[in-house]
Design a protein around this ligand. Structure first.
Ligand code: PMP
Ligand code: GLN
Length: 391
């Protein structure tokens, strides 16, 4: 087995699978360890898939993606001030597939990719699979995990090939601000770097508006935006996403897609057209629900001397600071599951800068999140008092 496909990514979800197994065995477990929306995909989208399937769309589809879907994606980007054309898009099986394919097309052994850390757990293996290396730049917990562009600049070497950013960010929910984007664009231009922007949470913004990397001027020939319908439309299981970038890269990706995928299923692409073309009220309702859920967690943790939430401006996760408990985030997550029946992910799974934090997913009702947060608080406060007794 090649050591290139290494990385800690897959291990991050071990606790999640343990929680699911216990839940299936009948235990009362609240699962907050994965970013998979609990909403069912809106009915009109499912209807579109069924109608397309029964209309006989069971054959190979366009490898680059149906033109009508690529046009719908182009329209979707207008709200971010992006004017693209369908030849700048390829439809792939989710953003994950887009990230992997993009890495194969852009990176060579010895290249370096700068990634703010904590970061989404698959990035390391994706980058390493090409022989390139991930170079971490810490997002400081005490600055609310906000990016410092100066740190990115300082990490650039002659081997740097790309900067990979994720805004809104998994796991912290932090967002890159417009002036930071301008500074990043300038770095990419000055140092001849690709900007790879993972924007899967772009539609789940609460107090901020999303800046799409493709709206930056002067770096259009080196900007790649990767996204999907997984989070915005509660469609994780449909596996539908895309890569938007310069046509030369898209041609390259199409060649790769020919070898590895041969097109996303036609009827699923039709569901994607319905998702992007229809009434967006249900999306707004989901986004409002995530906001209420975030507030329920933050409220339940307010005033605790053992834990505090870092309220995210976007995304579908809340990071909770458990440093005062004296446990590592892995130990705390284990104890919370074993003794209080709540599963969360350890911050360390996302990188050393999130040590001392755990990540809660906003994928349950506000009431259930409130109960789970109170259990988390109880667990942390018990650790704190044990700690103080030991001192
Ligand atoms: N990027 C980030 C930051 C994610 O959190 C995820 C997981 N949803 C993905 C990419 C992969 O998303 P998809 O389901 O579209 O493959
Ligand atoms: N992106 C989701 C998360 O961060 C899960 C995706 C997965 O299970 N691979 O939890």
């Amino acid at each position: 087995l090649t050591a290139r496909i290494a990385g800690e990514g897959a291990a991050a979800w071990n606790i999640h699978y343990r929680a699911l197994a216990r839940q299936q065995a009948g235990e009362d477990i609240t699962v907050l360890s994965v970013g998979d929306p609990d909403f069912t995909t809106p009915t009109r989208i499912m209807d579109a898939a069924r109608d397309s399937l029964y209309a006989g769309n069971t054959h190979y589809a366009d490898v680059q993606g149906k033109v009508a879907l690529r046009e719908a994606i182009v329209n979707h980007y207008r709200k971010y001030g992006v004017t693209a054309s369908p030849d700048q898009l390829i439809v792939l099986a989710g953003a994950q597939c887009g990230l992997y394919a993009t890495a194969q097309c852009l990176l060579d052994p010895g290249d370096e990719v700068i990634v703010p850390e904590p970061s989404y757990v698959t990035y390391e293996a994706v980058i390493q699979s090409t022989g390139a290396q991930l170079v971490r730049v810490a997002l400081q917990a005490d600055r609310g995990f906000q990016l410092d562009v100066g740190d990115i600049a300082a990490a650039i070497t002659p081997n740097t090939r790309a900067i990979l950013l994720n805004s809104p960010h998994n796991p912290t929910g932090s967002c890159i601000e417009p002036d930071q984007w301008l500074a990043i664009a300038e770095l990419c231009r000055a140092h001849d770097l690709w900007l790879i922007s993972d924007e899967v949470y772009s539609d789940l913004v609460f107090e901020v508006s999303h800046t799409c990397a493709a709206s930056l001027t002067g770096i259009e020939d080196r900007t790649v935006v990767i996204s999907s319908l997984s989070k915005s439309h509660a469609m994780t299981g449909w596996r539908l996403g895309w890569v938007m970038g310069p046509p030369a890269l898209i041609n390259h990706l199409s060649n790769l897609a020919l070898c590895m995928l041969y097109g996303c299923p036609d009827f699923i692409q039709d569901a994607g057209i319905a998702a992007l073309s229809g009434d967006h009220r249900e999306l707004e309702q989901m986004r409002d629900a995530y906001r209420q859920r975030r507030d329920a967690i933050c409220e339940a943790l307010t005033g605790s001397d053992a834990v505090s939430a870092v309220p995210p401006a976007a995304g579908m996760f809340v990071m909770v600071d458990i440093r005062r408990t004296g446990l590592s985030s892995g130990e705390f997550a284990d104890r919370l599951l074993d003794e209080h029946g709540v599963s969360v992910l350890s911050g360390e799974a996302f990188g050393p800068s999130a040590a001392g934090f755990v990540r809660l997913s906003l994928t349950q009702s506000p009431e259930s999140l409130k109960q789970a947060s109170l259990r988390l608080r109880q667990c942390a406060e018990a650790c704190l008092s044990t700690n103080s007794e030991c001192l």
